[in-house]
Design a protein. Structure first.
Length: 225
């Protein structure tokens, strides 16, 4: 599992508060949902499968979630938060601050650093990546709409990284996000971490080519690199 959580809590009295206990159970169930779905897919995954993988009782499951879909949607949000946490760890303030000013102030270098870290985050959390990218389509329209909104957020982050300020540039960012999603989804579907990481270099080069061609609209002057 992605978090260092015990499979079962100790019997008898313990020092955990009710809120902390529920947090641990929720995280364990979300991790189990992601792991089982990575193996069986959303449709074939049952609540019983999640219980067997997590070591949580059925009674506890229904105290925390209303249904399998409720558990999935919570796991989806957990996946988004976890991937963002991994990303921030990889491109934390200290690391960016340690870069030379000409690098830290270069939008294309910021993009390269962040995009590479994004792929590493996906590779490090493959069960959640599959949930986030693939199984969401089997979970119904609400899940797909949530993914679509998140894609919009990622587009905004990309535009901010590149200093894009106009609609033409934002549309270019939107197409990059869509293309990236398709490519990493194929790799995740095959559980191919090497292929997932391999998306990085050619896409980064393509973004540089688009930048030099002025495809991002009113961006800053092109990098000299």
């Amino acid at each position: 599992m992605s978090e260092s959580l015990p499979r079962r809590l100790p019997r008898g009295r313990h020092a955990l508060s009710r809120d902390e206990l529920e947090r641990i159970q929720r995280a364990r169930l979300c991790a189990a949902m992601a792991e089982v779905m990575a193996e069986k897919g959303y449709v074939a995954t049952s609540v019983a499968d999640v219980l067997a993988r997590s070591g949580v009782s059925r009674q506890t499951f229904y105290q925390v979630f209303d249904s399998k879909l409720d558990c999935f949607m919570t796991a989806f949000e957990f996946a988004a938060d976890l991937l963002m946490q991994r990303l921030l760890e990889m491109v934390g303030t200290d690391e960016i601050g340690a870069l030379a000013p000409e690098v830290a102030n270069d939008p294309l270098r910021r993009f390269e650093l962040t995009f590479t870290a994004y792929l590493e985050a996906l590779a490090a959390e493959l069960p959640y990546t599959r949930l986030f990218l693939i199984e969401v389509y089997a979970a119904g329209s609400a899940a797909v709409q949530r993914r679509s909104r998140l894609q919009g957020t990622i587009t905004t982050v990309l535009a901010d990284l590149l200093g894009v300020t106009d609609e033409a540039g934002r549309f270019t960012c939107q197409t990059i996000v869509a293309a990236t999603s398709a490519m990493v989804t194929n790799a995740a579907a095959e559980n191919d971490v090497a292929a997932l990481r391999a998306v990085g270099p050619p896409l980064i080069d393509h973004v540089r080519t688009l930048w030099k061609a002025g495809a991002f609209g009113g961006q800053a002057a092109p990098s000299s690199r």
